[in-house]
Design a protein around this ligand. Structure first.
Ligand code: PMT
Length: 223
């Protein structure tokens, strides 16, 4: 018999980029492929969890046994995540755009021939991980975020964990040349406590391996 240690647990996972529209044909986005978030959703489902995957636009197949909700913008991602609650586990692997264009143009923006480019005014997007981490009856028991950093990875990730209020944070280096955004491999530094005694450095491995290792940690947590 296959063991399903997370059966009876509900999980919500975010994955991929968000697209923030500028006008009907243009958007602001980033290089996230969704590979890491989708692999995590698949690993949790394989362990028996009831998984809702809220994903930005990606070109990956839906993971087996997972309910997939497709969105484009950060605000849509927040709404879909809140609609998936209550959940026992939340994992935020999406690369959510921190800003959106304040006023999306109704028509395609035109060059006006002046050689001057119109300013894009930006507004801050909601922070999904921070919202999920807020104390309250709907807070998932275990809220896990990622920290995508290009320098001082561990220090910045530790500060991010405190600021956002999540339980664990998986820090990964996304500096140019690492291939973390879009690639097949990842190297994780797990911060699961206030001091360094519980920190773990995982060897560089495939994103599926990272996902299985995280599912293993989650299983231990609930055991
Ligand atoms: O998709 P892949 O190509 O496989 O690449 C994987 C990845 C590099 C995108 C992934 O491993 C990763 O690091 N995801 C988080 C990317 C990110 O935007 O990190 P951040 O440090 O800016 O954000 C910190 C945390 O807050 C993340 O959990 C993020 O999902 C969350 N967040 C951020 C902003 C926001 N408005 N809402 C959020 O929930």
């Amino acid at each position: 018999p296959v063991s399903k240690p997370l059966s009876g647990k509900k999980a919500v996972v975010t994955s991929g980029p968000t697209y923030e529209p500028i006008d009907p044909v243009r958007y602001i986005a980033n290089r996230s492929s969704g590979k890491q978030g989708h692999a995590i959703a698949a690993a949790l489902a394989a362990a028996g969890a009831d998984v809702t995957l809220v994903s930005g636009p990606v070109s990956l197949p839906d993971p087996m046994g997972v309910k997939v909700v497709r969105i484009e913008t950060a605000r849509q991602m927040l709404d879909a995540v809140l609609a998936a609650l209550p959940a026992d586990i939340a994992v935020c692997a999406a690369a959510v755009a921190d800003w959106r264009v304040a006023e999306e143009a109704g028509q395609k923006l035109k060059k006006d021939g002046s050689g001057v480019i119109a300013d894009l005014k930006l507004s801050e997007n909601p922070d999904i991980l921070a919202t999920l981490s807020q104390k309250g009856p709907k807070r998932p028991q275990l809220v896990i975020g990622f920290a995508a950093e290009t320098e001082n990875v561990i220090e910045h990730a530790r500060a991010k964990r405190a600021r956002k209020g999540c339980d664990w944070i998986l820090a990964n280096d996304v500096a140019p040349g690492t291939g973390t955004f879009g690639g097949d491999h990842n190297e994780i530094f797990l911060i699961s406590g206030v001091d360094a005694t519980s920190d773990e450095t995982w060897p560089r491995q495939g994103k599926n391996g990272v996902a299985r290792a995280l599912a293993e940690r989650i299983i231990q947590h609930f055991a």
